[in-house]
Design a protein. Sequence first.
Length: 346
Amino acid sequence: MTAVDAAALAAVAHARRSGSTRARLVTLALFLTLLVVFALTLTVGSYSVPLNEIPGILFGGGTGQDAFVIRQLRLPRAVAAMLVGIAFGLGGTLFQRLLRNPLASPDVIGVSQGASAAAVAALVVFGISGTALSLAAFAGAVGTGAVIYGLAHRGGVNGFRLVLVGVGVGAVLTSVVSYLMTWADVALAQQALVWMIGNLNGRSWHHVVPLAIALAVLIPAAALLAPALNGLQLGDDVAAGLGLRVEYSRLLLLLIATASVAFATAVAGPIAFVAFVANPIATRLTGGGRTALVPAALTGALVTLTADFVAQHLLGTALPVGVVTGAVGAPYLLWLLAAANRAGRV
């Protein structure tokens, strides 16, 4: 080995160590920030609970109204917001990294619209409610993902083709929702808004537990397939040369991504743009092209929890969380499209 080769290897090793250190620091910072927002969510409201009483209440102490407000009302909603954000962040990151396209988010490629259409149809046409309605949203997301994959598959899945197919399918499903809303009565239309915008009102442990169980399976599965994801980002030919089963690995990762989004949507509806922005923010913070699954998941949780806090307390009237995330995410989408147009990619 020459001196030049040794120097190059040393530089690569140093860059990897620096990147790993930065990723760990960013992960820690995101986690601590999430804890701060979580604490604020529990304490602030029309009925204030002193911050110093929160730890005792969370660990079984405290009685009376303080304990009821924290344990039964605010804690399930805050935990649901974090888990939904984690699921959207994970799903969005897998879609964007796997397809090597920043537009490949479930908000854009039709998966979220599939959940909305299925839930609105179940509610308006069949009068379904409760857990069955969440199951309909889950089935809609998974079924739409399967249809998009099937239509985009031509001896393999091209990321750009899948995005175009997904946009078309999403447009059709949005039209279906609009049609259903035109002849739904006022009460049903108001209920259906949850499945069009996304809302965390009334979330309870009944909603939290299934999502927590799903993430306990999906997160380790995504972590196990992270090396395959890194290989697929190099292109199908290179990935195959590295010994990866390209289509099999891609299909598994797409299933994990779709399931993550489906479970989150079944709990809170299609909260706009969380999956879309989580990966770009985490990538910018970690400063590289690494597959930052954990930072992206924490970013999704932080965005969702913060948006829900803003929607509840800082806008004068309580709004669905999807209104706030949409107001933040839509300008980012326009900026991304403008930047891509200047670069000649669209």
